[in-house]
Design a protein around this ligand. Sequence first.
Ligand SMILES: Cc1cc2nc3c(=O)[nH]c(=O)nc-3n(C[C@H](O)[C@H](O)[C@H](O)COP(=O)(O)OP(=O)(O)OC[C@H]3O[C@@H](n4cnc5c(N)ncnc54)[C@H](O)[C@@H]3O)c2cc1C
Length: 541
Amino acid sequence: MTQKQLFSQDSDVDQTLLADVLVIGGGPAGTWSAWSAANAGAKVVLVDKGYCGTSGCAAASGNGVWYVPPEPDSREAAMASREALGGFLSSRDWMQRVLDQTYANVNQLADWGYPFPTDEEGKPYRRSLQGPEYMRLMRQQIKRAGVKILDHSPALQLLVDAEGAVAGATGVNRQTGEKWVVRSHSVIIATGGCAFLSKALGCNVLTGDGYLMAAEAGADMSGMEFSNAYGIAPAFSSVTKTLFYNWATFTYEDGTPIPGAGSQKGRSVIAETWITQPVYCIIDKASEEMQVTMRLSQPNFFLPFDRAGINPFTQRFPVTLRLEGTVRGTGGIRITDYTCATSVRGLYAAGDAATRELICGGFTGGGSHNAAWALSSGYWAGQSAATYSHNLGVQANQRPVQSVGTVGFISGSEKQIHSEDIIKATQAEVFPYNRNYFRNEQTLTESLQRLHSLWDEIRNSQVADNSNIIRTREAAGMVATARWMYSSALERKETRGMHRHLDYPQQDANQQHHLISGGLDQVWVKAAPIQEIKVKELVTV
Ligand SMILES: Cc1cc2nc3c(=O)[nH]c(=O)nc-3n(C[C@H](O)[C@H](O)[C@H](O)COP(=O)(O)OP(=O)(O)OC[C@H]3O[C@@H](n4cnc5c(N)ncnc54)[C@H](O)[C@@H]3O)c2cc1C
C-alpha cells in the first residue's frame, strides 16, 4: 500500500459500512458516546486504534471520579475547590451538569454490576473505577446495545459532503492492512489527548489524531496552552500514577531531601532539579497498614518495582517526569454548546479530545475531573449525534462525499522523509522541561520555528517508510498539536493554570479569557471571552 494509493478511489477499499453515528475512539468517552447513541435508537459503529476495552489511558489505570452526591454543600465545595487552580476559566453551569451526569452514569455502572467496594460504614464507595473492570464492562454494554466494533482500526481521515458537513471516516486495520470506510450521518471524535509517544502508561496510542482530523474538516481548538502535564514515574518505568508520591521523600543523589519537592508545588521543584541532576525518591511515609492497602488498590503501580527487585517503601529509586501533554492537560477541540458539537456540522467531540476548560479551566489537579468529563461529554455527544442523524433523514448516507486531510497521503514532491525522524524532532521540542514545563518567549519562538518547518517538510515530502501510513499520520498529528500548543502558549503572556511562563510569572486579570486556535498550514490564535456556552436542548429521538 503506498501513500498515494490510499483511499484515492473507492474501489481500493476492502470494507464499507453504513451507520447513523460513527464513534472514533473506544475509551470511556467513546464507549459512553456509543452507548448513548445506540440507546437513542441510532445504528452505531465504533472504531478503535487498539482493542476497545484495553486501549487508551483509562483502561490502564485506577480512575478517581468526580462523583459527588447531590447535596448542596458537597456540590458547592466540589465546584469551588478547583476554580482557583484552573485560573478561573471554568463555568459553573458546566460543572453542575457534569456533576449531575457523572452521578447518574456511575450509578448506572453499579446497576450494570460494576463491583464497587464498600467503605468502613458498609456504604458503596463510588469515587474510583479500576480501568480494566470499567472498560471490560463498557465493551460488554455497547455490544449488548448493538454497537458494531472495529478493533485495531485507526481512523485516518474524515469524510465530508459537498457542504462540508462530516459524513464518516476512512481508516485501516493495523493487523490485516485492510482499508475501511464508514459512511455515517455524524461522527464523534473520542480519540483522547496527545502525549507525544512519551511512553506514559496507556498513552502511546494518543497522538493527536482526532485533533488533526477535526482541524482538517475545519474545527478549531481551545486551551491548547494547557498542554504541559507531566506525570512522576520511576525512571525505569512508564507508570505515571502519582497518588502514592504524597507519602514520598524526594532526594538528591547523595540522599539529602530536596526542599519543597513534597509540597503542592512539588512537581515544579522536581522538574527544576531534574534539569541539572537526577532526582531520587522513597515512599517512606506510608505505614505498614497503608502499604498493604496501596498494593491492593493499585497493583500495577508496584509491577515495575517488583520486576526490578526494588521495595519502594524501603529503597530509593530514580524518578523522572513523563510528558502526558493534553491527556492530563485540559486543551482540546472546541465545543460550541451543550450538545458537544464542534464548529463543523455533523462533528462532535468528547473526553480528552475535547477541551475540558469548561469544568476545570487550565488545570485538572489530581484527576477525577477527566474521568467525569469523559463519561458525561461522551453521553451527551452520543445522544446529540443520534438526534442530528435522525433529523438528517435516511438518505444521508447516499450523499457524495470526499475525504479531507491530505498530509501524509499526497505530495507533489520527490523529497523523502522518515516518520520516525519527524517524531523524534517533535519530541525534542515538547519533552524538555525547560521548553514545555517552564516556558519563555525565546524558547517557544525557537521551537515554533522548527515545528513549522517540520510541518512544511511532512506536507511537501514523500514519506519514505510509506508502508506505514498510520505512523505518518501520527507524526503529522503530533506536529500539528505541538504547533497549536506553542502558538497558544506564546499568546498567553501570563502564568495561569498549568501554563507557566517565566517571562510573565503572574496571573493577569486582563487575560481571563480562552484562547482559540486552529489552522494547518497557517496556525492562528485568538482570544475569546469566557462565556457560559449556552443550552441547545438535548432532544432525544
Ligand atoms: C496514568 C494515568 C492516570 C489517570 N488517572 C486519572 C484519574 O484518577 N482520574 C481522572 O479523572 N483521570 C485520570 N486520568 C485521565 C483519564 O484517564 C482520561 O481523562 C480518560 O481516560 C479520557 O477518556 P477518553 O476516552 O477521552 O480517552 P482514552 O481513555 O485515552 O481513550 C482514547 C481511545 O481512542 C483511541 N484512538 C486514538 N486515536 C485513534 C484513531 N486515530 N482511531 C481510532 N481510535 C483512536 C485509543 O486507542 C483509545 O482507546 C489518568 C490518566 C493517566 C495517563
